[in-house]
Write a protein that binds this ligand. Sequence first.
Ligand SMILES: [Zn+2]
Length: 180
Amino acid sequence: MPFQELESILGAIEPHYQSSERRQLQRILEIWTTLVTDAIAAHTQPIAIQRNILEVATASPVWTQTLVFERPVILRKIRDLLSIELSDIRFSTVQWRPPQAEAPIEADPWQSHPSRLPDETPEVETQLALFSNAKTAFDRWSLIIQSRAQHLPLCPECGSPTPPGELQRWSVCAICAAQR
Ligand SMILES: [Zn+2]
């Protein structure tokens, strides 16, 4: 089947396939940044409409508290601008996903350091993405360490999981190498 033909069929199906709540959410998402202040937009993510209630993920409990007072204003704007009559908005941190979790990698000496490991595997990335805000940085860190340790060769001297770069350079881990 030619791609264009497939595309036109999907185009015809899509409006019927998507529920009306799904379409309403889409329209709200399109203008969300104009419905709320920049600060609120940066700390909220509309995620669903269920039983006529808009569910909005928030970056922290503090934002949830703040937004409870904004709720009537946002509801009124959605009604006035989109003619969507919602019964309520529910704010919760549970489904919050921090935008751009990975900072861009910059060139530095660490990039070529022997203790440096190859970049995280996609599997680890996925696991990290599942962490909510409630988890601490320590949890993220220990997951990375555990995951790396499972795949690492062991130092022949002390038996610790060791980055391959260290073994190549010193035949032992960096700690054992330093003690020599
Ligand atoms: Zn060692």
